[in-house]
Design a protein around this ligand. Structure first.
Ligand code: ZN
Ligand code: ZN
Ligand code: ZN
Length: 116
């Protein structure tokens, strides 16, 4: 912690890192008006995370975008989790590839479905 001078109101405050504004000014900045990226209207966010105006269409558009992003993330995690088949070395998301599992399953004497 270091004593800093707020660049906005000039008050001394304790802050760490790159903080150059006191708590009050930072909070005020968070409440400043933003421009909705979907309709271009000005709005006052209620929370720091609010990025669109309160228009239903814009909220919807944004949540669609977030959903797409989440999907994209899921996909990249899947790729990241790509493994290689223990038996034949082909890329797979499982311990063995589907082919090798089928091979193993077919050699089983019982007909029970084993969930992997
Ligand atoms: Zn300040
Ligand atoms: Zn909007
Ligand atoms: Zn295999």
């Amino acid at each position: 912690m270091a004593i800093k001078k707020c660049q906005k109101c000039g008050q001394l405050f304790e802050g760490r890192g790159h903080t150059c504004f006191c708590q009050a000014c930072r909070e005020a900045a968070n409440m400043e008006k933003k421009i909705c990226p979907y309709c271009g209207k000005e709005f006052t966010p209620r929370t720091v995370r609010q990025v669109t105006c309160r228009d239903k269409t814009c909220i919807r558009a944004n949540s669609d975008k977030l959903k797409a992003l989440a999907l994209e993330e899921k996909r990249s995690v899947k790729i990241y989790n790509m493994r290689r088949c223990h038996d034949c070395g082909l890329p797979t998301t499982n311990y063995r590839c589907a082919k090798c599992w089928a091979k193993i399953r077919s050699t089983h004497t019982y007909d029970e479905e084993v969930d992997i």
